[in-house]
Design a protein around this ligand. Structure first.
Ligand code: GLN
Length: 348
C-alpha cells in the first residue's frame, strides 16, 4: 500500500465519519450528569482490576505506583468530567508522537509526513527494527510502510521539526504540547535520565533512519529530543484536553486557542486510527471506532470527533504496551456516550 493517490480521499472519508457522528446521540442532549455517571461507573468497575504490568525497560517507569488511576473527559464547552487521580503526572511517552507529528503537519503540510515517513501500519511492535528493514527499498519513492507513531517514524518526525539549534527545536516541541494541554508542561527529569541511559535501541533506530534517508541531519540530536518529548509530565486532565483539542478541529476547548488548522486534523486522526495502539490498533478500532494513542507511561488518549476527548492514566500494560485499565475504561465510557463515529442510529 504505497501509492499516494488512493489516499487523497482520506480527508473526505474522515469528514464523512465526522458527519455520521453528528447523526449519533448528541452530547448536547446528554445531561452533564450522564457523562459524569459514565465516568464514575467506569472508575468503580475497573478500579480493582489488577491485570498487566508497568513497563520496566525504562527503569524509572517500573517505580511508578501501579494503582494510579485517573479518568478525564473534556467536552466542547471545555468542561472536564473526571474520576480518580487527576493530579499525579506520568511521562507522556508515545502519546507525544501525536503532537510532534501534528506540529510537522501543521508547519510543513500533510504530504510532508506522508512522503518522508509514511502513514501506513507496520504491523510490528513500536520499536521494531525489522519494520525498518521491511520498507527500506521504498524510501523516497512516495509512501513508506511506516508512520510517525512507531519509534522509527516518531524519531524521524522529531528530526523534521524546524529550528537552528536543539534549544530552538525543543522550544517548538514543548510549545505545541503546552498549547494542546492548555498549560505549561515540564520534563520529568528522572524519566528523561533513566531513558537516556538505557535507550541504545532507539539510538540504533535513529542511526538506521539516517542511513535510509528518513532523517537528514543529526540523528543523535533527534533521538535526544525525542527522549525529552517522551518524558514530558502529564496528568489525566492534560491528556484529555489534548485529545479534546483534536476532537474539536484543533481548537483547545479549555483555552479557546486554535492550535492547528482544522483541515489538517483529520490526517492526524487517521494515523492515530491506523497505528495509535501499535500492532493492536485494528482490534482497538474494531471495538471502539476511536482514533487513539497510548504511551508506555500508562496514558491513553482517544478522540470522538466533534463529541469529546478522553484520557485515562493507569500504568499496568498489556503485551502490546497499552494500558489495560485505560483501554477498558475508555471503551465503556465511549459506548455509554455514543462516541463511536461509525455507529449510526437507525431508530429501530
Ligand atoms: N520513550 C518510549 C520508547 O521510545 C516510548 C514508547 C512508547 O510509549 N510506546 O521506547
Amino acid at each position: 500500500m504505497t501509492g499516494l493517490n488512493r489516499y487523497a480521499q482520506a480527508g473526505l472519508l474522515t469528514l464523512c465519519a465526522g458527519a455520521l457522528a453528528l447523526t449519533g446521540p448528541s452530547l448536547q442532549a446528554q445531561a452533564p450528569t450522564g457523562i459524569q455517571a459514565a465516568v464514575d461507573a467506569a472508575y468503580a468497575k475497573f478500579k480493582g482490576l489488577k491485570e498487566g504490568k508497568n513497563a520496566d525497560y525504562i527503569p524509572a517507569l517500573a517505580k511508578v505506583d501501579p494503582n494510579l488511576f485517573g479518568i478525564a473527559v473534556v467536552t466542547a464547552d471545555g468542561r472536564v468530567y473526571s474520576a480518580g487521580d487527576l493530579k499525579t503526572e506520568v511521562s507522556i511517552q508515545s502519546i507525544s508522537k501525536v503532537f510532534t507529528m501534528a506540529q510537522v503537519i501543521q508547519e510543513q503540510g500533510l504530504e510532508s509526513v506522508e512522503k518522508r515517513i509514511g502513514v501506513d501500519a507496520t504491523g510490528a511492535r513500536f520499536n521494531s527494527i525489522i519494520a525498518i528493514e521491511g520498507v527500506r527499498t521504498v524510501v523516497g519513492t512516495g509512501a513508506p510502510e511506516m508512520n510517525p507513531l512507531v519509534n522509527p517514524g516518531a524519531i524521524s518526525s522529531t528530526s523534521m521539526v524546524k529550528g537552528a539549534t536543539a534549544d530552538d527545536i525543543w522550544a517548538r516541541i514543548i510549545g505545541t504540547h503546552n498549547d494542546f494541554a492548555g498549560r505549561s508542561l515540564s520534563v520529568m527529569q528522572d524519566v528523561y535520565k533513566s531513558e537516556s541511559d538505557t535507550n541504545q535501541r532507539n539510538q540504533a533506530i535513529g542511526a538506521l533512519m539516517l542511513a535510509y534517508g528518513y532523517i537528514k541531519n543529526d540523528w543523535q540530536r533527534a533521538v535526544d529530543l525525542y527522549t525529552r518529548q517522551c518524558s514530558i509530565g502529564v496528568n489525566a486532565k492534560d491528556l484529555a484536553t489534548m485529545a479534546a483539542t483534536l476532537a474539536f478541529a484543533g481548537r483547545n476547548p479549555v483555552t479557546g486557542k486554535q492550535v492547528m488548522d482544522p483541515a489538517k486534523v483529520p490526517g492526524v486522526l487517521a494515523v492515530m486510527a491506523t497505528a495509535g495502539l501499535y500492532d493492536d490498533s485494528g482490534k482497538w478500532l474494531y471495538h471502539t471506532g476511536l482514533p487513539a494513542k497510548s504511551g508506555v507511561g500508562g496514558g491513553l488518549i482517544a478522540v470522538s470527533p466533534g463529541k469529546f476527548g478522553i484520557a485515562v492514566v493507569s500504568p499496568p500494560l498489556d503485551d502490546a504496551g497499552n494500558s489495560i485499565r485505560a483501554q477498558r475504561a475508555i471503551a465503556d465510557i465511549s459506548n455509554a456516550l455514543g462516541g463511536n463515529p461509525y455507529v449510526v442510529k437507525t431508530g429501530s
